[in-house]
Write a protein that binds this ligand. Structure first.
Ligand code: PLP
Length: 389
């Protein structure tokens, strides 16, 4: 059996060899507590601070603006809850977001809504791009009541890109804080916070060849954030708990690696592989629908809907043939529910049920794409026959 083809890089990526090596070194040799004042502590502290500089360089921020967390989910929760907490004594009590967000933001917003916070859910176009005009109208009417606007940079299921520069400028002009969940963007595509008035940026190491369980919230310009994990003065009192030194070091190395690899040429190459996959599958499965196709998309993600088929059956059959992909869906009682994000985009249920996300990285090769096209068309043809049998 040939080596498996990992087309699930939006779920996670392989830790780069230099990441693994640096983490091993820290685990074996620099396992001090960065809060200790002795030499072992200082050595660990130095590694943490070097990693902070690496993350800051990756996104065009200052090192003191980087808060290390346990990953994208915690960073998004900290951005939202930490902002509401910091602004608790003000009139700013409204959270603005959208139904297309990753669960890290969406479920946090839903919980806050149940707890009495007013959440304004922005409408979006059928291609999955949030309605900027609706945000403009809302802010024109109520800017002084809004605590935070939280909208993702690139959607994890469809790859659809939000007009982040425009949204950030809109929020800044009206004096409203803006958080973006950049988990599917930062570390993969050029990110420069000096050029864009984003106040809070969430990123996660394992989406760009770093380790799992570590990420950062970048808080620009001294915006106040109330700690959500209490119990220590770490991270300038914004996130208590002894630092995950090996993870943080791995994140720093992954950030350096990403900065060296991100380029327009790499982006064009990735988009050409994604287009090849879409073209190849379309040629063999004419019924396929590319979800979010009309919108600007990141180069490495495509979401393909196979009408009337079930995503789970496709994924299992593909996995048996060595192609790993995923459905942006929750598994409940052994069957996949259609993705709420696709349904919110108005994708018909029979297409959403059979929608599969393929996500690529710089490690993906043309030969892998060609084999994936063959395997996908074989599986789809076989499952389609069982429908008509
Ligand atoms: N936000 C987005 C857009 C994601 O894709 C993910 C992970 O899939 C997360 C947040 C959560 O990140 P983590 O796995 O680091 O908690």
């Amino acid at each position: 059996m040939p080596a498996p083809i990992h087309l699930d890089h939006n779920a996670t990526t392989r830790p780069a060899p230099q990441v693994v090596e640096a983490m091993r070194e820290v685990l074996e040799q620099e396992w001090g507590n960065p809060s200790s004042v002795h030499r072992a502590g200082l050595a660990a502290r130095r590694r943490v601070e070097l990693a902070r500089e690496s993350v800051a360089r990756l996104v065009g921020a200052e090192p003191r603006e980087v808060i290390f967390t346990s990953g994208g989910t915690e960073s998004a929760n900290l951005a939202i809850r930490g902002t509401l907490g910091a602004l608790a004594s003000t009139r700013r009590r409204v959270l603005v977001t959208s139904r297309l967000e990753h669960a890290a933001v969406r479920e946090c917003a839903e919980r806050l809504a149940r707890d009495g916070v007013e959440v304004a859910w922005l409408p979006h176009r059928p291609d999955g791009v949030v309605e900027v005009e609706a945000l403009r109208r809302l802010l024109d009417a109520r800017a002084a009541e809004v605590a935070l606007v939280s909208l993702m940079w690139a959607n994890n299921e469809t790859g659809v890109i939000a007009p982040i520069a425009e949204i950030a400028a809109l929020c800044r002009a009206r004096g409203v804080r803006f958080h973006t969940d950049g988990v599917q963007w930062a570390g993969r595509l050029a990110t420069d916070l000096r050029a864009s008035p984003i106040d809070l940026l969430t990123l996660s190491a394992h989406k760009f060849h770093g380790p799992k369980g570590v990420g950062a919230l970048v808080v620009r310009g001294g915006a106040r954030i109330e700690a959500q994990i209490l119990g220590g003065p770490q991270e300038r009192e914004r996130r208590g708990g002894t630092e995950n030194v090996p993870g943080i070091v791995g994140l720093g190395v992954a950030a350096d690696r990403a900065r060296a690899e991100i380029s327009p040429a790499a982006e064009t190459h990735l988009a050409s592989l994604r287009d090849r996959l879409e073209r190849g599958v379309r040629a063999r499965c004419p019924e396929v629908v590319v979800n979010g196709a009309g919108a600007p998309r990141v180069p490495g993600t495509t979401n393909l809907g196979f009408p009337r088929l079930g995503a789970e059956a496709i994924l299992v059959a593909l996995s048996e043939r060595g192609v790993f992909a995923s459905a942006g869906a929750a598994c409940s009682s052994g069957s996949l529910d259609p993705s709420p994000v696709l349904l919110a985009m108005g994708v018909p249920e029979e297409v959403a049920h059979g929608s599969i996300r393929f996500s690529l990285s710089g490690e993906t090769t043309e030969a892998e794409i060609d084999r994936a096209i063959e395997e996908v068309s074989t599986v789809v043809a076989r499952l389609s026959r069982t429908l008509t049998a």
